[in-house]
Design a protein around this ligand. Structure first.
Ligand SMILES: [Fe+2]
Length: 342
């Protein structure tokens, strides 16, 4: 399959029906409408904008996405309640750590506070861990502690309720940088969680999932996708360690980046919608699996994503860098998924 075919992504309703029939015991596909009829905002919703793989050294594409996202927010009079940064926050060197000029240029002014007057919840990606010459993880944690900033990263894994008043979603933010199976070559820039840290996080996650919750939705965010049609593919460790917990605990959504594209995957009988937003600025690369075979959606392009939250339903949308709608769906607390885009 050539890359052009793979980058053309929206599957037809008929194909989608055939592919998944029902995503879970309670899933259903609602009436589809044309893009022009898909509401860009949801009245009374709490709004989250998200990007992944954004902190590239060449900021041209990042700036284009940031500008398009800001224009979309202004045009639709959206007041974001949160910005999610889905990892690979800093590629390359972060000279000076918390004092690096990249914080101001690449984050504080790239996503300006007059547009994003809200917390920016971050997770850590593989490029954040890369030694260049040092890992940037400590600087990213320190920046959240030391500065008067929207940057929110209280620890490598953490949980929060959204919105703060009358919360509707419990979010669990995880560190998906799993230890490599083989020892690293001398001088490798790669760096990950240690095996002990990986186990600590898993025990913490299991305990969190056991905690009583009052929110109708439960969502997990991390950098690496559990399942992906992109070049990084499915993640064996996350499938082994996390996916059974998502199934058992009816996790509504899994938000990730890492592959530089936009995706939405559903699996029959699985309670979780897998939503990937990795088009925030880093170089793009081709999908490996045709989203017509496993989808319903995937596309290789720069863009951002928008999650609207109401007690009745979640609405998730992918946009290109000009704010053009690419894909949208809703999901109810009972797990019903309805595609809004044709
Ligand atoms: Fe990554």
């Amino acid at each position: 399959m050539d890359s052009d075919a793979l980058s053309v992504s929206l599957v037809s309703r008929r194909r989608f029906l055939k592919q998944t029939v029902a995503f879970s015991a309670v899933a259903a596909i609602g009436n589809q409408v044309g893009f022009a009829d898909v509401p860009t905002t949801t009245p009374g919703a709490n709004e989250i904008l998200m990007i992944g793989d954004w902190g590239y050294e060449d900021t041209a594409a990042q700036a284009k996405v940031a500008t398009g996202m800001a224009a979309y927010i202004r045009k639709n009079s959206i007041r974001p309640d949160a910005l999610f940064l889905l990892g690979d926050n800093w590629y390359g060197a972060l000279d000076g750590g918390v004092k690096s000029s990249r914080w101001h240029a690449g984050f504080e002014t790239m996503y300006p506070a007059d547009i994003f007057d809200c917390p920016a919840y971050a997770v850590l990606g593989n490029h954040d861990y890369q030694r260049w010459p040092d890992s940037k993880v400590e600087a990213e944690l320190a920046y959240a502690r030391a500065s008067k900033t929207r940057w929110t990263l209280p620890s490598r894994w953490y949980t929060f309720e959204f919105p703060k008043q009358n919360p509707l979603i419990t979010f669990i933010a995880l560190d998906s940088n799993m230890p490599h199976a083989k020892p690293l070559a001398p001088g490798s820039r790669d760096f990950t969680l240690t095996r002990e840290e990986k186990d600590q996080q898993l025990i913490w996650l299991q305990e969190e999932l056991k905690s009583p919750r009052s929110t109708p939705y439960l969502a997990v965010l991390a950098h690496h996708p559990v399942y992906s049609n992109g070049p990084h593919g499915d993640h064996p460790t996350l499938i082994q360690d996390w996916d059974p917990l998502f199934r058992k605990n009816n996790v509504t959504l899994y938000l990730a980046g890492h592959d530089h594209d936009l995706q939405h995957l559903e699996f029959e009988g699985h309670p979780t919608s897998f939503f990937l937003s990795g088009g925030g600025g880093a170089d793009l690369y081709d999908l490996k699996i045709d989203p017509g075979k496993r989808g319903p959606y995937g596309q290789k392009l720069y863009g951002f994503s928008h999650l609207s939250v109401t007690p009745k339903e979640l609405t998730l949308r992918h946009f290109d860098s000009t704010g053009g709608l690419l894909h949208a769906f809703t999901k109810t607390p009972a797990g019903q998924v309805a595609l809004l885009s044709s």
